[in-house]
Ligand binder design. Structure first.
Ligand code: NAD
Length: 495
């Protein structure tokens, strides 16, 4: 049973300086640079990590390629890879609390959520692809009888995975696990402000028997290490999760280098649509509030636009605002905290700028809007609700990636669809209604990778996660993720 004292003991642990993980060993950056790791919990320095450069990326890619060509992993029987991947999952589970606390000290997610979403989800992801990979078959084509057409599915080679600071282990595992299961080598670049748990994960992978060079972790600036990976001539696939701005750069890097495949999981401005006939408005209000404010809004699929039918608008907004006002925001390592810290001071400033602009543009502040707990030195923001948001306002169009909800009003189903589809994004969404036909109509009409019905945010590994429009391309999770990390090869054999 999880108790606060175990968390408190782990939070007090001194953290040794961390290095890059290349070719099965920790090593300093070639140029010896380091950066301080600032904890969003109290603004203090936790430890330092190596700040990699392009030379380190070269070393990591070379190690990955050597390991791939050597074949110890890439040509191992899938059943053998499966054993190692299960051992990785075992180790993640054994170290779950340690990993979760380490991650929270680094990025500020509330611990109750972090435990489930980070080591919990990462272990489940390694198990899912461990179990999947020895059940993936090639094809025999329905050719004429004088030929045999075989379709092989092969690993692609060297995969670069670049991940964001929210849920680094979960999102990291969504890339690493299917890539490794398929036999690839990986170079992982964590976000500058959330590297610690992924470095520890790499260590656990080595302990589980993953051969040296198959998984490498290069920490450092996106504009340096991320760019070097994007431009690298020996990286075959780029699997990215992050902002649209960086996603665009990756496409440019690909065009300027070797045309590497680029899969982009980007941001969203996801509509959460509540009809007056929602089955349970209390439940809808609660789930809607948690659907934006957990992890202080730093969730790609967060329901950041609340669309409410006009007949229940005022009452529903009052319910959501009341929940937001009461939410317990604060120390993310306290088990009772409902929304932890904003990951960096920079992000907190961006969130507050959105508040300023929403006010200036005529949005009505229902609750929140300010930094809180500044005396702790940490980065915290009160859950914020704006009503009266119009489609042309910034808050209706741009991703905040913070605890700021914009509410819009609609008159009928057609208007709800029009508003829902009025951004460049298409990541997540939800529809609350008791009308089955309307639910199915909305699932078809809303432009998004996922439409939740009478809930918000739930999913598991069995279903894909991906966006349409400027929310990206490609899918994490499910068997579809294997498509990103495998290549089809045809054998055409004359009989
Ligand atoms: P970000 O785009 O700033 O950074 C993401 C990663 O890209 C980091 O590792 C960063 O170092 C790296 N990077 C930065 N500049 C780079 C460059 N020039 N070249 C190569 N790499 C570079 O995103 P973030 O602020 O870390 O994360 C928040 C964003 O991620 C939000 O937009 C959020 O919606 C998105 N996100 C999407 C999903 C999804 O599944 N669709 C999931 C989580 C987060």
């Amino acid at each position: 049973m999880l108790d606060q004292s175990r968390i408190d003991a782990l939070r007090a642990a001194e953290l040794a300086p961390r290095s890059l993980f290349i070719d099965g060993a920790f090593r300093d950056a070639v140029h010896g640079k380091r950066r301080d790791v600032i904890s969003p919990i109290d603004g203090r320095t936790l430890t330092s990590i190596a700040e990699g450069g392009a030379e380190d990326v070269d070393l990591a890619v070379a190690a990955a390629r050597r390991a791939f060509d050597a074949g110890k992993w890439s040509r191992a029987a899938p059943a053998e890879r499966k054993k190692v991947m299960h051992r990785i999952a075992d180790l993640i589970e054994r170290h779950a609390l340690e990993l979760a606390v380490l991650g929270v000290r680094d990025n500020g997610t509330e611990i109750a959520m972090a435990l489930k979403a980070e080591p919990g989800s990462a272990a489940a992801t390694f198990r899912y692809y461990a179990e999947a990979i020895d059940k993936v078959y090639g094809e025999i084509a329905p050719t004429a009888p004088n030929v045999l057409g075989l379709v092989h599915r092969e690993p692609v080679g060297v995969v670069a995975a670049i991940v964001p600071w929210n849920f680094p282990m979960m999102i990291g595992a969504w890339k690493i696990a299917p890539a490794l299961a398929a036999g690839n080598s990986v170079v992982l670049k964590p976000a500058e402000v959330a590297s610690l748990s992924l470095l520890r994960l790499a260590e656990l992978c080595a302990e589980a028997g993953l051969p040296a060079g198959v998984l490498n972790v290069v920490t450092g600036k996106g504009s340096v290490c991320g760019e070097a990976l994007g431009l690298h001539m020996d990286v075959d696939v780029m699997a990215f999760t992050g902002s649209g701005a960086v996603g665009r750069r990756l496409l440019e890097y690909s065009a300027r280098s070797n045309l590497k495949r680029c899969y982009l999981e980007l941001g969203g401005k996801s509509p959460n649509i509540v009809f007056a006939d929602a089955p349970d408005l209390d439940q809808a209000a609660k789930v809607s509030a948690y659907g934006i404010f957990r992890n202080s809004g730093q969730v790609c699929v967060a329901g950041s636009r609340l669309l409410v039918e006009e007949t229940i608008h005022d009452e529903f907004v009052a319910r959501v605002a009341a929940i937001a006002t009461k939410m317990k925001v604060g120390d993310p390592l306290d088990l009772s905290t409902e929304a932890g810290a904003v990951t960096s001071e920079d992000q907190l400033s961006k969130n507050l700028e959105f508040v300023r602009r929403a006010k200036a543009e005529g949005g009505r502040l229902e609750t929140g809007g300010t930094r809180i707990l500044a005396e702790t030195g940490g980065f915290y923001m009160q859950p914020t609700v704006f009503s009266g948001i119009e489609p042309a306002m910034h808050l209706a169009q741009e991703e905040v990636f913070g605890p700021v909800l914009g509410v819009m009003k609609f008159g009928d189903e057609a208007e709800a669809v029009r508003l829902a589809n009025s951004t460049v994004f298409g990541l997540a969404s939800a529809v609350w209604t008791s009308n089955l036909s309307r639910a199915h109509r909305m699932v078809r009409a809303v432009r998004a990778g996922v439409v939740h019905v009478n809930t918000y945010g739930g999913s598991d590994l069995t279903v894909p996660l991906g966006g349409v429009g400027q929310s990206g391309n490609g899918h994490d999770k499910s068997l579809h993720a294997l498509d990103k990390f495998t290549e089809l090869k045809t054998a055409w054999i004359s009989l």
